[in-house]
Design a protein around this ligand. Sequence first.
Ligand code: DGY
Length: 332
Amino acid sequence: MSQVKKKIYISRQIPQEVLAYLEQHLECRMWDGSGAASRAGLLEQLGDVDGLITSGGPIDRELLNRAPKLKVVSNISVGYNNFDIEAMKERGVIGTHTPYVLDNTVADLVMALILSSARRIAELDRFVKDGKWQRGIGLNEESLFGLDVHHATIGIIGMGRIGEAIAKRAVHGFDMKLLYHNRSRQQEAETRYGAQYRSLEDLLKESDFVVLMTPLTPETVHFIRKEHFELMKPTAFFINASRGQTVDEKALIEALQTGTIRGAGLDVFDPEPPSPDNPLLSMPNVVTLPHIGSATSKTRADMAMVAAKNMVAALNGETPPNVVSELRGLLG
Ligand code: DGY
């Protein structure tokens, strides 16, 4: 006898093969527009569903109240700062995410931000395209000089899996000296990459590239503030590929405007997208990207498949591979 399939809503389009996999197990409805379903559109879809696959947007009390049957929310992202953990605990709703599959892709992007900031790639690309490269301007032109990345000191704040993938590139590829700051010592990074643990203050003082990779949690909101920029070298670059809210953006803007630091490479903003009059958007020494850390076709497809497998396992009553740590207690 065939069982009635559980119902899910998918709030953005996912690759066909991932949808086909989900449909073998579940009854699926999927947002059919571009981007993601609006909040209002999403809330209208939740009355009868057991599961929701999403790539962001708050999973809060309002949403949970509109979804009386909801048992699982599967994020297509490693970050899950969109989960209201307390509200989900109270309602017994499991939350899953997509770690591991994106580590190398995000680490590649962080290296790209480091290289683009230090060697002024975006700025000088614009220079050439604007027709400013005239005869006589060449290799000796000091105004085009950047800073060396190789053999410089990188300081990684948040040495998780992505931090380690950055460490590997920085040390093995660019001979960089590696410092890190983390809640706990990471023996593996120390042994494999010669990572040296530092207090936050010492890391900021010593690094040429400060890379912020800490997840956004209530404890890491504005983790980097004015007093932290003041500790950095005036030649240093600040790189953020975690979440915009992990840094006090006003303090970052001030540090750049006053020459407290030399530049920044940013994949994330607070809010996203940034408002058109955000000063960061008109600073030539700041590289700005639209939150594309994991955005390659393969990695995004792999993430969608991991999210799908998390959902199917959870709704089948199995232990899904990637339940977020704060909600593991719900598995009984
Ligand atoms: C993630 O997976 O958390 C990336 O930042 C994309 O949201």
